[in-house]
Design a protein around this ligand. Structure first.
Ligand code: SF4
Ligand SMILES: [Zn+2]
Length: 282
C-alpha cells in the first residue's frame, strides 16, 4: 500500500504532509474514509499520514490522487482530450478524424459523483455536456464499468497515472495529466452516433459464417459494387477507401462497404447526414 501524503481539512481541502503539523495536531482526515489522521514526521521514515486508531484504508491514496487531479483541472479551468478517429486502427483512419487533440474549457467539476449505477472518478462539464474522467492509479476501468458507461451513452476518457507513487508533487502531477500518451478515449457518444450512421449507409458483405480468420472475412455473399464480381477481403476490400470494417468494433467479422452512398471520409459522411440520406435496408 502506498503511504498517504495528503490529508483533508474540515473544508475538504487537500493538505500535503509537508504543510501539516506533527501528530494529531495536524487535525486532518482521510480523503476516502474521513477518519482522523496522524501525521508521522519522524527522522527514520518518509513523512506520511496514518489512520489514527484505525486500519489503513485501501482507497486513501487513490482518492487523494483523484482529489489532487480535480484540484489541478479546476485550477487550470480546462481539460486536454486526445485525437479521436471514427475508425481507429483502420488503414483509412486519417480520413475519419472526428476530433483533433485539443483543450476544452470546463465548467463544473465533481469528484466521485453517483450517476445512476456508475461512479466515475471525476466528471467535468463542457458547455453543460458531461465528460467522465477515469483516473487510473491502481485500477483500470473494467469491462463491467465500460459497459455501463456505454449504456448511459456518456463520453469518457481515462488518464493513466498508474506510475504515481510516494513523493508525487502537485507540479509533477500537473505535467502528467496533460501528457497525450496518458490519455485515451474510453467511449465517445459522438463517435458512436457517426459510427452507427456510417454502418447504416453501408452494405454488409461477408459474415461471421464465412470468416475463416477471425476479423478477416474472406468470402462474400454480395458482389462488389465497383467490379460487379465477388470481392475478397484480402484481395479487394483491404485497402479500399469504401471498406468500413474495423477490427476493434463489434462488427469486426463483417465487411461494411460504404460504396453505395460513396462515403469515403468524414466530410462525405457529414454531408450524407445533412442531406438526410436514408439508411440502406440490410
Ligand atoms: S469495400 Fe471496396 S472492394 Fe470491397 S466491396 Fe466495397 S467497393 Fe468493393
Ligand atoms: Zn481512510
Amino acid at each position: 500500500m502506498i503511504a498517504l501524503e495528503y490529508g483533508c481539512d474540515l473544508n475538504g481541502n487537500l493538505i500535503h504532509i509537508s504543510n501539516a503539523r506533527k501528530g494529531l495536531k495536524c487535525g486532518l482526515y482521510c480523503p476516502a474514509c474521513k477518519k482522523q489522521l496522524i501525521a508521522k514526521k519522524g527522522d527514520l521514515m518518509q513523512h506520511h499520514f496514518a489512520h489514527y486508531k484505525a486500519a489503513e484504508c485501501k482507497y486513501a491514496f487513490e482518492t487523494s490522487i483523484h482529489l489532487l487531479a480535480k484540484e489541478i483541472i479546476a485550477e487550470d479551468g480546462e481539460i486536454f482530450t486526445p485525437e479521436l478517429a471514427l475508425l481507429p486502427d483502420h488503414w483509412n483512419m486519417y480520413n475519419y478524424i472526428l476530433l483533433k487533440s485539443q483543450y476544452f474549457r470546463i465548467g463544473n467539476i465533481i469528484v466521485e459523483p453517483h450517476l445512476g449505477n456508475i461512479r466515475p472518478d471525476l466528471i467535468v462539464y463542457i458547455d453543460s455536456h458531461p465528460l467522465l474522467i477515469e483516473v487510473c492509479v491502481t485500477h483500470k476501468v473494467d469491462a463491467d464499468k465500460l459497459k455501463k458507461i456505454k449504456e448511459h451513452n456518456l463520453s469518457a476518457i481515462e488518464i493513466n497515472l498508474s506510475d504515481v507513487g510516494h513523493g508525487m508533487s502537485k507540479e509533477i502531477l500537473k505535467e502528467k495529466i496533460k501528457e497525450e500518451s496518458r490519455i485515451k478515449w474510453l467511449y465517445n457518444k459522438k463517435r458512436n452516433y457517426y459510427y452507427e450512421k456510417l454502418c447504416s449507409y453501408s452494405i454488409t458483405i461477408g459474415d461471421r459464417l464465412n470468416a475463416k480468420i477471425p476479423g478477416f472475412p474472406n468470402i462474400v455473399r454480395r458482389y462488389c459494387p465497383i467490379t460487379g464480381r465477388k470481392a475478397s477481403f484480402l484481395m479487394n476490400c483491404h485497402g479500399c477507401n469504401y471498406c468500413v470494417a474495423s477490427i476493434n468494433d463489434p462488427h469486426e467479422e463483417f465487411i461494411w462497404c460504404s460504396q453505395p452512398h460513396k462515403i469515403k471520409n468524414m466530410t462525405d459522411l457529414k454531408n450524407a447526414i445533412k442531406r438526410g440520406l436514408r439508411a440502406i435496408d440490410k
